[in-house]
Ligand binder design. Structure first.
Ligand code: FMN
Length: 156
């Protein structure tokens, strides 16, 4: 189905619409258009799970929303990563490296912010469960994450 998975990409964290942490309590890091525009055609909009690291740091579980956020009716396609880890500071300007491992569900519109938040929290649980499978540990240890973060590389 999605032949491009696992998909590796990295880029600088740019400012998004800024609703992530304020309204939802779930901070997300946005990639610049250059990264979004390079996504292969078979990686459609929707919610994905995988691994992420900032700079040359530790590798954490992540969930990513790719698309237009129907709830907010965005006009620009975005890739928003929620790294499943409690960071002390914002990471704007840092290099975020991610590998998309699998697909969870399509993007949806929700009737309330509470419903959207509940959906994202259940995505996080789903990602936690799936990434614990032994077959996904190898990707966590991939040298993509230990190499120099200065090299911007998208794709395999
Ligand atoms: C795991 C995950 C799932 C999401 N699912 C949806 C969704 O189904 N529908 C939607 O409109 N937005 C969805 N979003 C996007 C949120 O609406 C978005 O993170 C929020 O608008 C904050 O974005 P901002 O910080 O760029 O403003 C999802 C985000 C994440 C991290």
């Amino acid at each position: 189905m999605m032949r491009s998975l696992p998909y590796f990409c990295r880029g600088e964290v740019v400012r998004g619409f800024g609703r992530g942490s304020k309204e939802l309590g779930i901070p997300t890091a946005n990639f610049p258009d250059s990264v979004v525009d390079q996504l292969p055609a078979d990686i459609g909009t929707g919610i994905y799970y995988g691994w992420a690291s900032l700079g040359n740091g530790n590798v954490h579980k992540m969930v990513m929303s790719i698309g237009w956020n129907p709830y907010y009716k965005n006009t620009k396609k975005s890739m928003e990563t929620h790294v499943i880890h409690a960071f002390k500071e914002d990471f704007y300007g840092q290099v975020l490296s991610v590998v998309l491992v699998g697909y969870i569900r399509p993007e949806q519109n929700y009737s309330s912010l509470d419903a959207l938040t509940a959906a994202i929290n259940s995505d996080i649980e789903e990602a936690q469960r799936r990434l614990d499978l032994p077959e996904h540990q190898m990707l966590k240890e991939d040298n993509f994450f230990t190499g120099s973060p200065k090299r911007i590389m998208n794709g395999h």
